[in-house]
Design a protein around this ligand. Structure first.
Ligand SMILES: [Zn+2]
Length: 146
């Protein structure tokens, strides 16, 4: 007998629940909203850091060299390695050196950007006109018009 009355009962309480829900509607959203906000905010805040992890930016790149590289890029030079491919200077291809004897990181000087782990990071410097002229000559030897 008890199980029968129990089975037949739920329909009535269902209606009551609807009535109760309608009467205390203000209480239900208060419980749910903090859960949604907490999940969404946490995921969005952590996604921005890894992008610039290894990127190194030249503080004051030479604009003339940047312009030359843009022109080279427009002619189909995609990477610094393409300069070597187009080498038309005398003798074997060799990267220009700075007054201290460091091989100059062309990527850094031509694009204004490189990586923190670059093997030539000791040439990630602001150079004077002598070195800039040398780099322009190097670009010329690689088929890039000034
Ligand atoms: Zn570099």
């Amino acid at each position: 007998m008890e199980s029968q009355t129990y089975d037949s009962f739920p329909r009535v309480p269902d209606q009551w629940v609807e009535i109760v829900k309608a009467q205390v509607a203000e209480l239900w959203p208060v419980i749910e909203v903090p859960c949604i906000r907490g999940g969404g905010g946490g995921a969005g805040g952590g996604g921005m850091l890894p992008i610039s992890k290894n990127k190194w930016k030249h503080p004051n790149p030479n604009r003339g060299l940047l312009t030359c590289w843009k022109a080279a890029f427009a002619k189909g030079y995609k990477t610094i390695g393409d300069l070597k491919t187009h080498w038309a200077g005398s003798g074997d291809y060799s990267s220009p050196k700075d007054p201290s004897g460091n091989k100059i990181c062309l990527k850094c000087q031509l694009t204004g950007e490189c990586k923190t782990g670059c093997g030539r990071s000791n040439s990630h410097l602001v150079y004077g006109n002598d070195v800039i002229a040398k780099l322009h000559k190097h670009l010329e030897d690689c088929g890039v018009p000034n």
